[in-house]
Design a protein around this ligand. Structure first.
Ligand code: BGC
Length: 352
């Protein structure tokens, strides 16, 4: 009996050593991926792509969504650190709120990749992978300039402006990219912001939320366009704000439909483009971004430098973060099939 018990004990020990060994092997390949929210289509695609591609590359993935709640995201990152993640990939909710938790990551020598949105005021950020955010704004501004033929006509044309969450560093890049194109025409009186709402803080949209853009647009319409005054263009930094603007126009505006810009090619917005309720969007293929981040993770795990193509644009207040900028692409009803369906991003049924 004694012999049997000691055999059992030895077998148990062997098993637990085996299991620990196994867990250790898994841990040594564990990557934490923190996404902001499931409520917007793109982040679901980003998370799914990252998980799939990292797993294909042999990593174990801890993927978390934080419901746009900063405290939840901080706790999720703490758990990733304590759970043995070797690299953290983070799309922050508020770029300025992760300093403390990332100081812990830095103490434990865990490299951090800022995903799509720059993490501010922290020297724990090793790399940044994103799309060229300023270019996104430039594409939107140039579209409005060209559609209204601002160089060939005198106008004046009425425009309103909607950008994103002030805690998202990208929002300023989108806004600046577009306004650097449009401001000369505003200064020349060819473009008129009838509501007078023009500076970044005033045109920001908390949480990038459709309903916040919609209620601001409702107020702008009733204050400025309810008497039949024509609205010619609405600069929207992304699709969720463009949707809010389109909803408000549908409910309270009777004139000719204005030009509306967007970004992301979310399904409801592509449908709106097809139906003439949104003029354009900017396509940022989340598969390209995921591929780049997987390359970065692999390089880091192999002890190498990760690929970057920009070492000067993104200063987060503590350091210039070496970045890889993917290229955003113009999308409208004329090229969406080629861009989105032929490339396998969406099926025909997705957009029906
Ligand atoms: C992203 C956009 C997105 C927005 C709202 C930004 O940081 O770059 O693609 O539309 O957040 O989620």
């Amino acid at each position: 009996m004694k012999k049997f018990l000691s055999m059992l004990l030895a077998a148990g020990m062997l098993l637990s050593i085996g299991l620990a060994g196994c867990a250790k092997k898994e841990d040594s390949k564990k990557i934490g991926v923190a996404m902001p929210t499931k409520s917007l289509q793109r982040w679901n695609q980003d998370g799914d792509n990252m998980k799939k591609k990292l797993e294909e590359a042999g990593f174990v993935v801890d993927l978390q969504y934080a419901d746009d709640d900063i405290a939840t995201q901080v706790t999720q990152i703490e758990n990733m650190i304590n759970g043995g993640c070797k690299v953290l990939v983070i799309a922050s909710i508020d770029g300025g709120s992760l300093g403390t938790v990332l100081a812990t990551a830095q103490e434990k020598k865990i490299p951090v990749i800022a995903y799509d949105r720059l993490i501010m005021d922290s020297d724990a950020v090793s790399y940044y992978a994103t799309f060229d955010n300023y270019k996104v704004g430039t594409i939107q501004g140039e579209y409005i300039r060209d559609q209204l033929n601002l160089d060939g006509t005198d106008g004046p044309y009425n425009i309103e402006i909607f950008t994103g969450d002030p805690g998202d560093n990208n929002a300023r890049f989108f806004y600046n990219g577009a306004m650097d194109v449009l401001n000369p025409y505003i200064d020349a009186g060819k473009l008129v912001v009838k509501s007078g709402q023009k500076d970044f803080e005033t045109v920001a949209t908390a949480g990038w939320k459709t309903e916040n853009a919609q209620s601001r647009m409702d107020a702008i319409i009733s204050g400025n366009y309810a008497d039949g005054t024509k609205l010619d263009a609405v600069l929207c930094s992304n699709d969720s704000t463009a949707l809010g603007v389109a909803n408000a126009l549908e409910a309270g505006y009777t004139g000719d439909y204005p030009i509306i810009t967007g970004q992301d090619c979310d399904k409801p917005n592509v449908k709106n483009m097809i139906n003439g309720k949104q003029s354009m969007s900017v396509f940022k293929d989340t598969r390209t971004l995921a591929d780049k981040v997987v390359e970065m993770v692999k390089a880091i795990m192999d002890g190498k430098e990760a690929p970057v193509n920009d070492k000067e644009t993104y200063n987060n207040g503590k350091k210039v973060v070496p970045s890889y900028l993917c290229t955003p692409v113009f999308a409208d009803a004329g090229n969406y099939k080629e861009l989105l369906i032929d490339s396998g991003y969406y099926s025909e049924a997705d957009l029906a």
